[in-house]
Ligand binder design. Structure first.
Ligand code: AP5
Length: 240
């Protein structure tokens, strides 16, 4: 199964990507997580990407396309994959079409998580992220703020690009550069729009209802945990 989770910042791509990756046993490829791993390793790519990410800007298309091509050609993608955060421009979408065609595969479905802007702002302002594993926590401003990750005790911090000015810029960049990608896939008849509002479990059921049409039931019931490729997603990133 080859899926794309599409949506604005904080629409729930990471949250549902983790769940789907586990239940479908396909790797979740999050370009945001790949870039954040490079930033923390202070690689040349990480230094370049970090400067753009902290301003809420996009990393250049060709860099992203090269990263995705290398990743999709790894053996763990042979039986499927779930993309989160790529493509983010029409140029990236066109490059991805060419790559998938060369690999002889195509998307089964594009899942578009639709969430209104005021809810995105609310979620971003309530998110804390573990500095060790990347797990995100939604905290309630009326309750004492949690300090440490339940999994590994890592310090919980506000993600650099979740600060209000940068978050606003990310939403604008999404509207201007990324939202048009939906039309590219609508023209291919691949988009299913999912109401991303409401409790996480309710949204998860909506996603499964859509995929139920595309998938044999046993895949949805798979319980064996899928192990992501090395050097990629920090364990549990985006998970609640
Ligand atoms: P990336 O990491 O992809 O950021 P994003 O798209 O802004 O997405 P987020 O991680 O903020 O949110 P999400 O949709 O995963 O939501 P989540 O599940 O965490 O990219 C970061 C940066 O990298 C970009 O700005 C860019 O600079 C660069 N980049 C990445 N890819 C690129 C590319 N292809 N080209 C160029 N540059 C690229 O949920 C958010 C919060 O809401 C969590 O706290 C969660 O618990 C909570 N939540 C989720 N669902 C619900 C719900 N139903 N109800 C209440 N709360 C909920």
């Amino acid at each position: 199964m080859r899926l794309l989770l599409f949506g604005p910042p904080a629409s729930g791509k990471g949250t549902h990507g983790d769940r789907l990756s586990e239940s479908l046993r396909i790797p979740e490829i999050s370009t945001g997580n790949i870039l954040r791993a490079q930033v923390s390793l202070r690689t040349p790519l990480g230094l370049q990407a970090g400067r753009l990410m902290e301003r809420g800007e996009l990393v250049p298309d060709q860099l992203m396309v090269d990263i995705i091509e290398e990743r999709l050609r790894r053996p763990d993608c042979h039986r499927g994959f779930l993309l989160d955060g790529f493509p983010r421009t029409v140029a990236q979408a066109i490059a991805l079409d060419r790559l998938l065609q060369a690999m002889g595969v195509r998307f089964d479905r594009i899942l578009y998580l639709a969430v209104p802007e005021e809810e995105l702002v609310r979620r971003i302002s309530a998110r804390l992220t573990c500095s060790v594993c990347g797990r995100s926590y939604a905290f309630d401003h009326t309750q004492p703020r949690p300090d440490h990750c339940e999994d590994d005790g890592g310090l919980l911090l506000v993600r650099d690009d979740d600060r209000p000015e940068t978050a606003r810029r990310r939403i604008l960049v999404y509207i201007e550069n990324t939202f048009p990608v939906l039309d590219h896939y609508r023209a291919q008849g691949l988009v299913s729009e999912i109401d991303g509002r409401g409790p996480i479990e309710v949204v998860a059921k909506r996603i499964l209802a859509v995929l139920g049409h595309d998938l044999p039931a046993p895949d949805l019931k798979a319980t064996e945990r899928f192990t992501p490729g090395a050097g990629e997603t920090p364990a549990g990133a985006g998970r609640q």
